[in-house]
Write a protein that binds this ligand. Structure first.
Ligand SMILES: Nc1nc2c(c(=O)[nH]1)N[C@H]1C(S)=C(S)[C@@H](COP(=O)(O)OP(=O)(O)OC[C@H]3O[C@@H](n4cnc5c(N)ncnc54)[C@H](O)[C@@H]3O)O[C@H]1N2
Ligand code: MOO
Length: 466
């Protein structure tokens, strides 16, 4: 597939950067070709009037139940804590090759000394006492049983990682020795007692705690566990998630036609949810069929059900009526956030929760990071990311009452807000490194903004889509 600006030649990388920069918003304004509701607010345009948002949000309007953005995140964390306590999700044993991204439920204690024997750190000779040395015929390789002891004046060829013979005082690197007349070995470099020998237990002794409970199983953690003798790890199970994609207008392949559009959320959410620690079991497209939605919700045994679309008050927006009918408890019913204000969080039977994401794709991302991320993080017992702020290079116009989440790229010591940040658009977020949290009223150029990292942009475990 070729799109404008992509090349199959060596310029591709440069062009990618240029394309990303072309998305950078030089002046806050409405993206070309978009009506006001879909893009960044135009300077001077009153906020809250963009497009289908309807009336601005203020006390006394029809959205009076909406929760402030920080409180919505806190409510999701509280709900997850209660569920995690009540469900007593038992730790399980997982083979190392399936452990990536899980949280350790038991401390990682060394099952062996590391190294487990005195070992050579270099290719060269194991020598005993002062030189010159007479060199034995047979060398010592890694992976063999203990070699015969050396006596003073003796040397033996040794490979990196091989067991050093008892009696060895130094390993002489290949480049630090020379064999002279009658095959005797001379040092060409000063050697210090014990040099280039890694003694048994240098890194740890058996029983030493290497990592505490709560550590995320990164590739390095898995490698350490293997080195320390583990075949399996004891971990917190991933929260099970079922995704229900609503909307009769959605196509799963080909080009949009006849008022039908491609489903962007069915393909986008599962890998994103997995990056947040979830075990995504099913993704079901159930159209605008209220009965099918009810059946899917009531028969799911997932820890979390994520629905997309149908959160507003339109004729086929079935999420609220179904939650009402099945007696769900609405913990968050709308959030003072743009995009994504119709997002919701409900408690269903037992310890099961439902996050309702709005259908507009960037609004769904907003709901995912506001409600699903804290919930999954706590169920998966993952550490909370350290909150951080960076200065915004450009001013961002705010909503008078709601928090805005705006895609940004990291540039130098700050962040640059991106265009194409309208609720229906993924073009900005697809080029972004993070979402900037813009408080009600907006942010000046140079003002510090809280950032929500995207799992693939952090360099953290999120890059590993487990
Ligand atoms: N009278 C009002 N109407 C709307 C309001 C409002 O406050 N008053 N809010 C608007 C906002 S903001 C949003 S966001 C949407 C949320 O509505 P729903 O969650 O009910 O979503 P839908 O109506 O089902 O879809 C909205 C939009 O997104 C498209 N969509 C849906 N699913 C997908 C998908 N999987 N992939 C791609 N696009 C999807 C859908 O076709 C619609 O265009 O409500 C506004 N209305
Ligand atoms: O702005 Mo809506 O809140 O697009 O999600």
């Amino acid at each position: 597939m070729t799109s404008p600006g992509t090349r199959a030649d060596g310029e591709a990388d440069d062009l990618d950067v240029e394309e990303a920069l072309a998305l950078v918003r030089k002046n806050p304004g409405t993206p070309r070709g978009e009506s006001g509701h879909a893009g960044a607010p135009t300077p001077g345009t009153p906020q809250g009037h963009h497009g289908t948002h309807g009336t601005p949000h203020h006390p006394g309007d029809s959205h009076h139940r909406a929760t402030a953005w920080p409180e919505a995140r806190a409510a999701a964390e509280r709900a997850a804590r209660a569920a995690a306590r009540a469900a007593r999700r038992a730790p399980f044993s997982v083979p190392l090759d399936a452990a990536l991204g899980l949280t350790l439920a038991a401390p990682l204690a060394a099952l062996t000394d590391l190294p487990s024997f005195d070992t050579s750190a270099m290719d060269g000779w194991a020598v005993a006492g002062p030189g010159p040395w007479s060199v034995r015929d047979e060398g010592v390789l890694a992976g063999h049983t203990e070699p015969a002891p050396l006596t003073d004046g003796e040397a033996v060829r040794i490979a990196t990682g091989a067991r050093v013979p008892p009696g060895t005082t130094v390993v002489l690197r290949t480049e630090h020795g020379r064999t002279g007349e009658r095959g005797r070995l001379h040092a060409t470099h000063e050697v210090v007692h014990g040099q280039d020998i890694r003694p048994r237990g240098q890194e740890c002794r058996r029983g030493d705690q290497l990592l505490p409970v709560g550590t995320l199983a990164t590739p390095a953690v898995i490698g350490l566990a293997a080195a320390a003798g583990y075949d399996t790890l004891t971990a917190v199970p991933r929260p099970r998630v079922d995704v229900l994609v609503l909307g009769d207008e959605l196509l799963t392949e080909g080009l949009p036609h006849d008022g039908l559009i491609r489903d962007a959320l069915g393909p986008m959410l599962p890998p994103w949810l997995r990056a947040l620690g979830a075990d995504v079991r099913t993704v079901r497209r159930i159209g605008d069929d209220a009965k099918a939605l009810r059946r899917a919700v009531t028969t799911s045994d997932a820890d979390l059900i994520v629905t997309t679309g149908g959160t507003a008050a339109g004729p086929v927006d079935h999420v609220h009526p179904i939650l009402d009918r099945i007696g769900a408890e609405l913990l968050v019913d709308g959030v003072r956030a743009r995009p994504g204000h119709p997002m919701l969080l409900a408690r269903l039977k037992g310890d099961q929760h439902l996050v309702g994401l709005p259908g507009n794709p960037l609004a769904a991302v907003s709901g995912l990071l506001t409600l699903a991320e804290p919930l999954l993080r706590i169920l998966a017992a993952r550490p909370a990311p350290e909150p951080y702020t960076l200065p915004l290079r450009d001013a961002v116009q705010g909503h008078p009452y709601d928090t805005r989440l705006v895609p940004v790229v990291l540039r130098g010591e700050g962040v640059v807000p991106l265009r194409y940040n309208g609720p229906a658009m993924l073009r900005g977020i697809a080029a972004a490194d993070a979402l900037a949290v813009v408080p009600p009223g907006g942010a000046r150029s140079g003002q510090e903004a809280e950032l929500l990292d995207l799992p693939w942009a952090t360099g953290g475990i999120g890059v590993c889509f487990t």
